[in-house]
Design a protein around this ligand. Structure first.
Ligand code: SAH
Ligand code: TYD
Ligand code: ZN
Length: 405
């Protein structure tokens, strides 16, 4: 049994996804020797109910100069973050000379709107390549891991912040004690910390086990976030469900007593309690559903191969590393994966070594089937690729279950 990274309580493992690579490290063809692997398994803390990985991958291995994920690759996500920035500009950032810090700003997808509005901001991101792209958009970025020392330095040199924001980043950070000590130093007395990440309730509902990979260390709920915030002298004061990335929750955390919690917090806590989200039995059922999805997906892909169909995959997502490696998918079942990210193209998928091709390959000619690894962008992609279906092609989805579209 491992120990909870938040409260040191006992963590009971409920799902083992086996030997897995770094999800965002795409080797060159012929360069697969020395790939890093670890055991990907998830557990539930019996004390604070935080769901977390049982093995931690060193952060420098994941967030490097050539980290290939660019947030601006989806038009839906660009719109989401622009709306988020506009909302902040109208709510938390209306005082005199407001200041916002973003943890994990990536290519500046959110902060560019703040920068264009002339509002004082600072992004913090250790991945030098994406940070440089943000700078080209006029966003101020520190290439660093946000932690207590970074926060102290920002507070000393730039002053305290009205708002600290993190999207799809807090769940990447095992050392949250350091983060909260940093927030305590960096936030103004009435400042808030807002973060959004995939929601455990959605992952369980949709059996979206591919949300589990090296970078996603925590799987938050209102209950576990409330317990965590309290433990660090803060309080969960608002929650909001978001449709992006397969279902997320945006949490707002303030210093204890600084703000009155909204009714939405209680409502989500009650919902989680009613559906027994933190019950070991619920998570055991989830693990059974994951194994069923794997068996059905493998059976379908093997049948299609035996029938001589041409099957490719769409979107070399970090999530798909989990699916490919857990299900044993390789170039024998999937001819290639198409992806718009130049840094992933002409490389191989991590661990499973399926070639990654640029989007032009997809229509030349269209395959019979396309496994939608980027299922969280289904609407955007299916609209863009209408001609694939018109040509008789079929999408294969495995969320919430294995089915054809
Ligand atoms: N906010 C963007 C990016 C998410 S990807 C979005 O929602 O699309 C996660 C980002 O967090 C990466 O760019 C990674 O480099 C960064 N990151 C990881 N650990 C970090 C840390 N300790 N401090 C700041 N950024 C971090
Ligand atoms: P995403 O699902 O956002 O995140 P993660 O890698 O964390 O699982 O990744 C989407 C991937 O799909 C990214 O590599 C870009 C690619 N993509 C396309 O190839 N075409 C598209 O139209 C979109 C929206 C994404
Ligand atoms: Zn705990």
């Amino acid at each position: 049994m491992s120990t909870c990274r938040i409260c040191e309580g006992p963590v009971k493992e409920f799902l083992d996804l086996g030997r897995q690579p770094l999800s965002d490290a795409f080797p060159e063809p012929g360069g697969t020797e020395g790939e890093f692997f670890f055991r990907l398994a998830v557990g539930l803390c019996a004390s604070c109910t935080m769901v977390q990985l049982v093995e931690e991958v060193p952060r420098e291995k994941m967030f490097r100069e050539d980290y290939p994920y660019h947030s601006s690759g989806s038009s839906v996500m660009r719109a989401h973050f622009e709306a988020t920035a506009r909302r902040f500009l109208e709510t938390e950032l209306t005082g005199p000379d407001p200041f916002v810090v973003e943890i994990g700003c990536n290519d500046g997808v959110m902060l560019r709107t703040v920068s264009d509005a002339g509002v004082r901001h600072l992004g913090v991101d250790p991945s030098a390549g994406v940070a440089e792209v943000a700078r080209e958009k006029g966003v101020r970025v520190r290439t660093a891991f946000f932690e207590e020392a970074t926060a102290l330095d920002i507070a000393a040199t730039e002053g305290r912040a009205d708002l600290v924001y993190a999207a799809n980043t807090l769940c990447h950070i095992p050392y949250l004690d350091s983060i909260f000590r940093g927030l305590d130093a960096l936030l103004k007395p009435d400042g808030v910390f807002v973060f959004e990440d995939p929601y455990l309730g959605e992952i369980v509902d949709r059996t979206s086990f591919d949300q589990i990979y090296d970078e996603h260390f925590y799987f938050f709920t209102a209950r576990s976030v409330q317990a965590m915030a309290r433990g660090f002298g803060f309080e969960l004061v608002d929650v909001e469900r978001l449709p992006v990335h397969g279902g997320e929750v945006r949490y707002t955390v303030a210093r204890r007593g600084a703000r009155t919690p909204s009714d939405a917090v209680d409502a989500l806590l009650v919902e989680e309690e009613t559906r027994r989200l933190a019950d070991p039995a619920t998570l055991d059922r989830f693990a059974d559903a994951v194994a069923r999805t794997r068996d059905e997906l493998v059976a379908l892909l093997e049948r299609l191969r035996d029938e001589g169909r041409r099957v490719v995959a769409y979107g070399a997502t970090a999530k798909s590393a989990t699916v490919a490696n857990y299900c044993g998918l390789g170039p024998d079942l999937i001819a290639y994966v198409t992806d718009t990210t130049p840094a992933k193209q002409n490389r191989l998928t991590p661990g499973s070594h399926i070639p990654v091709r640029d989007p032009e390959a997809f229509s030349a000619p269209y395959p019979d089937y396309a496994l939608l690894f980027a299922w969280n962008h289904a609407e955007e992609i299916m609209a863009k690729e209408e001609d694939f279906r018109a040509a008789g092609g079929r999408w294969i989805l495995y969320v919430p279950d294995v089915h054809l579209v």
